[in-house]
Design a protein around this ligand. Sequence first.
Ligand code: NAD
Length: 291
Amino acid sequence: MTKIGFIGLGIMGSPMAANLLRAGHDVTGYDVVPASVDRLLQAGGKPAPSIAEAVAGAEVIITMLPDSPQVTEVVLGPGGVLESAVEGQLLIDMSSIAPETSIAVAAAASARGVRALDAPVSGGEAGAIEASLSIMVGGSPEVFEAARPVLELLGKTVVHVGPAGSGQTVKAANQLMVAGIIALVSEAIVLLEASGVDSTKGLEVLAGGLAGNTVLNRKASSMLAREFAPGFRIDLHHKDMGIALTSARAAGVSLPVTGLVAQLVASARAQGYGGQDHSALLQVIESLSKP
Ligand code: NAD
């Protein structure tokens, strides 16, 4: 049994912590929203009233927070993880954040003798619930091997992709692809519906061919029904498109399709869909063809 401190018990963190509990680990969790901590309690975990109490005595500390500012605050800030962490603890940040923030976290952790990894995930809420996430890990190979047993309880595809920050770069590549695929599935729906074709049957046959993809498999029926409860919020995908474009600039490469899709995601936000699932991009594509 490993003693785990879990910080950030939202849409993803909550089922991930529940999977660690189910596997027999001792999980103490902290979140700024008390209702999220209550969910952990119901799943058999222990609530922590502060970050320091989630960190105390933990062998592994996992963070699953929205964005770079929250990770910076929770890990590096006053009263944060590193203030109370002790040598030898293992910090796994599974949030999707800027690679340079992960690099800064790894350096600050190392200065305190804390081993750190960036380990963002793909697979959505369903993947978190089913423990079938794809986990892309940046950090040293030795630390990755130490973390592997815990990560394998959360995901099916767990891959070490390089040094600190690399996990985030791979996640940015994932996110630009997912947004692009959602935009194209949306365009297919708009075309099928406007042409009077049976769109349910149309998407069914598309899912079996070369255009088949996970967005189509998981989200086609909710998109056709215009149901956009999150899932993965447009606001978070907007953040990820920014990370992808900033990373592209830093790497000196041009990602023209990502640039266009990022503008569509920004438009979804501007139109008030920020709190909806990222499949709500369909409403923006639709609005382009409405009088
Ligand atoms: P969420 O907003 O549901 O959860 C984040 C949690 O962090 C919330 O419970 C919030 O209260 C908590 N939090 C925020 N600031 C805090 C602080 N200072 N101290 C303690 N807790 C704090 O978001 P989510 O959908 O679970 O996503 C978490 C991360 O995982 C994001 O980086 C997101 O991009 C990534 N992600 C999400 C999905 C998805 O499908 N939802 C999939 C893959 C990756």
